[in-house]
Write a protein that binds this ligand. Structure first.
Ligand SMILES: [Zn+2]
Ligand SMILES: [Zn+2]
Length: 459
């Protein structure tokens, strides 16, 4: 690399932001083997399992890595293989070996790999039970907790077919499905290795992207195959293509949602025909109230939780505070009795910046997207407030004490990057996938990694 190229790389790394949780700078060429040489990805399909059952849909080869070398055997179509942690003391797994029951015998090994030319059924039992059908190899390994992980090893494109089928309704317009396929590919390549310590690249849940195995739906296959190898790049780097279900009418600036998160292609924009909002940017509480009570003018107006209401009694909020506040702002912050709750500040897209909780033992503040988890189980997940784009109304008893808190909001998800239902609305209005992506990730470009030679011309 020439010296000025080093400088450019450094500057881009800086502009992508190395501070806080900002995206890492991942040069496109580092991910080429997954597209150009079909290097497989490793997807964790069972974690912390106490038992895994594998049933191949066709005659399958089994390789067992044992202490005295690798043993091979064959499973007939429909013949089951059971794997359990080898040794249990008082019901708790120990050691690093797997007990494999197959064809009436038991073998101890460290890793099992099942290779079948047809889809394989995998069931697992444990903290979470799972059942699914997968193409590609299945590996069973012990994890550091002593339980089992099952890993689906398959080409990136096959994995993406399963992701697109899970992440959006397949009734979406084909161009919206293509946009989803491109960002799912980009996001997968960006996040690869997140689970390296567990022995796989990506998990199959919302933490990475949702994946439930093989699909045969023509619409998912066409979206992935019609965009094979295409990713979204910012200069010579992979964009971190975060996305969400429904923005409610505005997508937002990255740092307004996640602390210290700077991504030049995640910016506040209205998600409405004509590029504008009849009520303008949300600049004050009156406009916010008008906006969350307004109907059907955004591209995502058909999306789930486009507008929503959540109502809590003071007692319910008190219990949530006691359970979740220490998780969100640090142990030792036990709240007193709730007296009031107020919002403070809004992003350009109308998202509440600070939630102030007034109790008789002091005030507490939760900022940006984290405030949603106060109303769930204290960590990111599906149970919190749908979004931070809301107005908070309080109702009081005759004596002036707080009786009820009513949140009236818009949208579902963090509100950064592509709005899935907005993408469908745009596709139905005639936009093609690259145009949709250019809107939600301004400044990025679709690059075909299959034809990429390491050179990227940016104006
Ligand atoms: Zn994950
Ligand atoms: Zn939207």
């Amino acid at each position: 690399m020439a010296s000025n190229e080093w400088l450019v790389a450094l500057l881009i790394a800086a502009s992508l932001g190395r501070m806080g949780t900002s995206p890492r700078a991942i040069p496109l060429e580092t991910r080429l083997p997954y597209v150009q040489q079909a290097l497989p990805v490793r997807v964790g399909i069972a974690q912390y399992a106490q038992a895994v059952k594998v049933v191949p849909g066709a005659r399958a080869a089994v390789a067992l890595e044992c202490d005295d070398g690798t043993k091979s055997l064959t499973l007939a179509k429909g013949q089951a293989l059971f794997a359990r942690p080898f040794d249990c003391a008082q019901g708790r797994p120990q050691g690093d070996r797997i007990s494999v029951e197959v064809q009436g015998g038991r073998i101890a090994c460290r890793r099992v790999t099942i290779t079948a030319p047809a889809a394989t059924r995998v069931c697992s039992w444990g903290v979470r039970s799972r059942e699914g059908t997968y193409r590609g190899d299945i590996e069973v390994v012990r994890d550091s907790s002593g339980t089992l992980s099952a890993v689906n090893v398959l080409p990136l494109e096959g994995y993406l077919e399963g992701v697109v089928a899970q992440e959006v309704p397949l009734t979406f317009h084909p161009e919206a499905l293509k946009a989803q396929a491109i960002i799912a590919r980009t996001y997968a390549l960006f996040t690869l290795g997140k689970h390296a310590r567990q022995g796989f690249d990506l998990c199959d849940g919302m933490h990475c992207q949702q994946y439930r195995g093989a699909v045969s739906d023509r619409r998912a296959l066409e979206a992935v195959r019609g965009t094979a190898g295409q990713v979204l790049a910012y200069r010579g780097y992979l964009a971190e293509t975060v996305y969400h279900t429904t923005c409610g009418g505005f997508v937002d600036d990255a740092y307004r949602v996640w602390r210290g998160y700077l991504a030049p292609y995640l910016r506040a924009r209205p998600d409405m025909p004509g590029g504008g909002n009849p009520t303008g940017w949300i600049e004050d509480e009156d406009q916010a109230a008008k906006f969350v009570h307004g109907e059907g003018f955004a591209y995502c107006a058909r999306g789930p939780r486009y507008r929503w209401t959540r109502s809590y009694t003071t007692g319910e909020v008190q219990r949530l505070l006691e359970a979740n506040l220490p998780l969100l702002i640090g142990a030792g912050n036990a709240p007193g009795r709730l007296i009031d709750m107020v919002t403070d500040g809004r992003s350009p897209g109308g998202r509440v910046q600070t939630l102030r909780i007034v109790t008789d033992s002091g005030q507490f503040e939760i900022r940006r997207d984290a405030m949603r988890w106060l109303f769930g189980d204290g960590k990111a997940g599906p149970d919190g407030l749908p979004s931070t784009l809301f107005c908070l109304r309080t109702e009081r008893d005759h004596d002036g004490s707080l009786a009820r808190l009513v949140f009236e909001g818009a949208g579902w998800g963090h509100g950064l990057g592509l709005c899935q239902w907005g993408a469908d609305g745009r596709a139905r209005a005639g936009a093609r996938a690259p145009e949709i992506l250019e809107y939600y990730y301004p400044g990025t470009r679709v690059i075909d990694l299959a034809a990429y030679d390491g050179r990227c011309e940016w104006e």
